[in-house]
Design a protein around this ligand. Sequence first.
Ligand SMILES: *[C@@H]1O[C@H](CO)[C@@H](O)[C@H](O)[C@H]1NC(C)=O
Ligand SMILES: *[C@@H]1O[C@H](CO)[C@@H](O)[C@H](O)[C@H]1NC(C)=O
Ligand SMILES: *[C@@H]1O[C@H](CO)[C@@H](O)[C@H](O)[C@H]1NC(C)=O
Ligand SMILES: *[C@@H]1O[C@H](CO)[C@@H](O)[C@H](O)[C@H]1NC(C)=O
Ligand SMILES: *[C@@H]1O[C@H](CO)[C@@H](O)[C@H](O)[C@H]1NC(C)=O
Ligand SMILES: *[C@@H]1O[C@H](CO)[C@@H](O)[C@H](O)[C@H]1NC(C)=O
Length: 347
Amino acid sequence: MQPCCCCLFLLCVFHFPGTWADLEGSFTVRLLQTSFFQNASFVDTEGLGLLQDIELGSLDKRTWSIRFHQPWVHPALLRSDWDTIQNMIRIYLKKFIHLIREGAAERNVPYPFVTQCMAGCEVYPNRTSQAFAYVAYNGQDFLSLDRNNDTWVVYQDNNFTRYVQAVLQNYTAFSELVEVLFNETCVDDMEVLVHYGKAALERQETPLATVFARTPNPAQLLLVCRVTGFYPRSISVAWLRDGKEVPPGPALNTTAILPNADLTYQLRSVLAVFPHDGHSYACRVRHRSLGTRSLLIPWENLSTAPTISIIIITVLLLVAIAFGGVVWWWKCRKCAEATWETQEFTI
Ligand SMILES: *[C@@H]1O[C@H](CO)[C@@H](O)[C@H](O)[C@H]1NC(C)=O
Ligand SMILES: *[C@@H]1O[C@H](CO)[C@@H](O)[C@H](O)[C@H]1NC(C)=O
Ligand SMILES: *[C@@H]1O[C@H](CO)[C@@H](O)[C@H](O)[C@H]1NC(C)=O
Ligand SMILES: *[C@@H]1O[C@H](CO)[C@@H](O)[C@H](O)[C@H]1NC(C)=O
Ligand SMILES: *[C@@H]1O[C@H](CO)[C@@H](O)[C@H](O)[C@H]1NC(C)=O
Ligand SMILES: *[C@@H]1O[C@H](CO)[C@@H](O)[C@H](O)[C@H]1NC(C)=O
């Protein structure tokens, strides 16, 4: 079983000279594989390749052929190279499934079960790279590759993990492949992909932020800052109390950054306050798309106290107007009477 060979094969063929795109930061290529072993004769495999959080392509479940998810991925390599990669993936998957089935039979592993593999490499701005490979069994960490000594570390020490570890360790071609791949190839592969995917990597979407309040009970006010539609993923959201940042604490809850369907992200930050505490609150958002600017959305504190005074003032005004009206009417009646009197008098 070489769960990461899929990734290895894929990257191995990507060896192309190119010019390093003038993009800043670290870049990561990740290959994900999920295999669902229903029973001894049926397995369902899914594969996905990512550059940062951008989906490069996936594996067609039925035919095990590559489907490209971005228009710039296919032109990055020659057609014959993609054919080679596809054939290698097919060979790898056959071997992988065979090995797992054998191990499961040998160690009486019960069906059904799921294996997941995540492997790839990260290239730093100084052009050194770090490889990684993780394998999970039924959602639990199972094995990972230790890059310091090129050995497989087991997370669950049982019959099955030891067997898989031994098979991997015995497969010497694998270690050589790892060496070639992660010490030589990864930077160049990344170079081609980053070059072709420059526009997608540089995409920026401005966050949209709204502030509203919830009142779970009369003694508590939850101020919610909802930020959505931003890309890239990295963002800073904070609450300001009288212009000062509220430090982390039990009153402050910020959700994880969650994906939207259109490859933008969202999150919420909730601050618990006491109603009418006399402070001013604002939500501050900083994001790459905003440059040095930051979004500042104040909480419009239209609490019940002013509302009541507005009502009282309105009622008083209405009373005053009504009173004025009555007085005017009274006066007019009097003056009308006076007029009549005068008229009578003149007549
Ligand atoms: C294995 O699972 C598949 C899909 O659920 C099913 O169609 C097939 O009959 C099962 N085979 C055995 C031997 O249980
Ligand atoms: C390159 O950058 C990485 C990440 O910042 C660091 O861990 C590594 O030591 C650096 N390597 C060299 C040779 O500078
Ligand atoms: C490899 O290194 C890890 C710790 O980094 C250690 O636990 C493991 O025993 C080492 N393996 C071998 C074969 O030396
Ligand atoms: C690994 O190799 C050793 C020595 O060649 C052998 O004894 C052992 O059975 C092999 N293990 C597996 C799981 O293939
Ligand atoms: C990568 O290659 C360099 C020299 O080319 C070597 O010193 C280093 O040990 C290699 N790293 C790994 C993890 O094999
Ligand atoms: C924050 O989350 C924790 C755990 O979900 C919850 O106990 C706490 O009441 C929350 N605080 C606020 C201010 O929502």
